[in-house]
Design a protein around this ligand. Structure first.
Ligand SMILES: Cc1cc2nc3c(=O)[nH]c(=O)nc-3n(C[C@H](O)[C@H](O)[C@H](O)COP(=O)(O)OP(=O)(O)OC[C@H]3O[C@@H](n4cnc5c(N)ncnc54)[C@H](O)[C@@H]3O)c2cc1C
Length: 479
């Protein structure tokens, strides 16, 4: 794209960023010195799925969010510099329900030995001892065969399989191997034990079993990045819809946006897109039929976040509870006040439940009150009865919580990705853009990589970008 209206003497390239989630914000932050940056966001605030907001004075996130010490050094250093003393290093203090018992999460060796039901622990040891003799899957690989081969039946059947069924709404044999690569960092029982050993005093690094969390909620990271980018000249357009992106001969020529004042046309040297690749494809003028079809078949999993407001200082001492069992539809529950340990406000706490579901499932159309009643019922079934006054329940719905790596998704993704990658004047990245099941620090790393590939004229070094893409493909999700 060439901006004919650019004033003479202005030699910085003009870059338009779609989406003000962590990926878009980090790109704006990294590029403002070298480019004139405009960020287009349909929501009223920045932060995407990593934003925070108050619920009755309690700062809440879109489900449990932690900033992981595994972040790339450059990313971590920037977040530390941006937040200063507001970035807390907190001990992880969660619980997981396995075999009807509560076990500390992340797993701790002594706790697991003492609390795991004996038959479960024996069967785990049996899986480890018998691994070399276990018959390996000889058919096509899926998430389920890779986990069975690596971890054995006990942990697969009791933890991973029901958990992924709940998260993705699909059986594990309908999910691709990629999910295991992205999601299961410890591919054998031996590796899980090594991870537990690394948490023992004396063997522990400064950050093992800990996470970074901002004093004012996870969204403070995005807010700080936005402020810094804005101070350096980036322009942010919120509540703004993209209505069309024009292309001619595989070259982006401009885009149309609509806000409260109406529609207008923008041009620039480069568009960086972090919005879902499916929506992006629909916005660009006339994709070929095979791209339209592939994009239509790519799925994201939705999620309802339930915020139950309780009139008490604290409900539990734990940051998060994990529920692999299928009898409870929620996958995780967090108590936001326990993340920054502020204890504020007094006399009030919030429980946040993550309910993975799609818009065609019954939960999606239920009222907040009905969902609050269900949540309270599930807590009772889990042995966590709510005995304090409930003020009310409010909810948020995410349409793009997780990419769905179902069997055959790679071919569909590649068809769309290739078409978008061949488009001059466009670079796509971020969790939604690259259909990547990853963390916030990965979204930042992608943005920094993108900034590193753009020259002073707003052109992209595609060969360099392809090298970065190979690195992004090795990202593993931290839970
Ligand atoms: C339940 C849950 C828990 C998580 N926990 C953690 C955690 O503990 N630690 C961690 O590091 N990560 C966690 N993550 C992942 C983290 O939220 C994402 O990695 C991160 O938000 C990705 O940033 P992004 O900018 O790529 O995408 P997003 O955050 O999705 O941002 C995309 C932005 O694009 C905007 N957009 C979409 N369509 C349009 C459009 N047509 N026009 C304009 N704007 C548009 C959206 O409104 C949004 O602001 C979690 C995610 C979920 C769902």
């Amino acid at each position: 794209m060439t901006d004919v209206s650019r004033p003479t003497g202005e030699d910085k390239p003009e870059i338009i960023i779609l989406g003000a989630g962590p990926a878009g914000l980090a790109a704006a932050y990294a590029l403002t010195g070298q480019a004139k940056v405009t960020v287009i966001e349909r929501a009223p605030i920045a932060g995407g799925n990593s934003a925070s907001f108050p619920v009755e004075g309690v700062i809440c996130d879109y489900g449990s969010h932690r900033f992981h010490p595994a972040a790339e050094p450059e990313v971590l250093q920037d977040v530390k510099t941006l937040l200063g003393d507001d970035l807390l290093l907190r001990p992880r203090h969660g619980r997981i329900r396995l075999g009807g018992k509560w076990i500390h999460f992340p797993l701790k060796l002594t706790d697991a030995l003492m609390r795991l039901p004996k038959p479960f622990a024996l069967s785990l040891i049996g899986d480890m001892v018998l691994k070399p003799f276990r018959k390996k899957n000889s058919g096509p690989e899926t998430f389920s065969t890779v986990l069975y081969d690596g971890l054995g039946p006990t942990i697969s059947d009791n933890f991973y399989f029901p958990y992924v069924r709940k998260l993705w709404g699909l059986d594990p044999d309908k999910l691709a191997v990629k999910l295991a690569e992205r999601r299961v960092g410890s591919g054998s029982v031996g590796k899980i034990l090594m991870k537990m050993l690394r948490l023992l005093p004396g063997l522990r690094s400064e950050t093992a079993g800990r996470f970074f969390y901002p004093r004012k909620g996870f969204g403070q990271i995005s807010d700080a990045m936005q402020e810094s980018a804005r101070a350096s000249g980036a322009e942010f357009l919120f509540n703004t819809e993209i209505t069309a992106i024009d292309q001619q001969d595989n070259r982006i020529t401009g885009l149309t946006i609509r806000d409260a004042e109406g529609e207008r046309h923008l041009t620039g040297d480069l568009i960086l897109s972090t919005i879902p690749l499916t929506g992006l494809t629909r916005l660009i003028d006339a994709p070929p039929p095979e791209v339209v079809e592939a994009a239509r078949a790519i799925r994201f999993r939705g999620m309802i976040l339930l915020y139950l407001i309780l009139e008490t200082d604290q409900f539990t001492e734990f940051d998060a509870h994990y529920f692999p069992e299928l009898s409870i539809p929620i996958s995780r529950m967090s108590e936001p006040k326990n993340y920054n340990a502020s204890g504020e406000p007094k006399g009030m706490t919030v429980l946040c439940a993550e309910l993975p579901c799609d818009p065609d499932e019954k939960w999606w159309s239920m009222s907040d009150e009905e969902l609050g009643q269900e949540f309270t019922k599930w807590l009772g079934q889990l042995g966590l009865p709510v005995t304090v006054p409930v003020r009310r329940c409010e909810t948020r719905r995410l349409s793009h919580a997780y990419p769905v790596y179902d069997i055959g998704y790679e071919a569909r993704f590649e068809t769309v990705d290739q078409w978008l990658s061949d488009m001059d004047g466009l670079l796509v990245f971020g969790r939604q853009g690259l259909f990547a099941h990853d963390n916030t620090h990965h979204a930042f790393a992608m943005a920094y990589g993108a900034a590193d590939c753009i020259n002073g004229k707003g052109q992209v070094d595609r060969a360099k970008w392809n090298k970065y893409r190979e690195v992004f493909a090795t990202h593993v999700v931290e839970d």
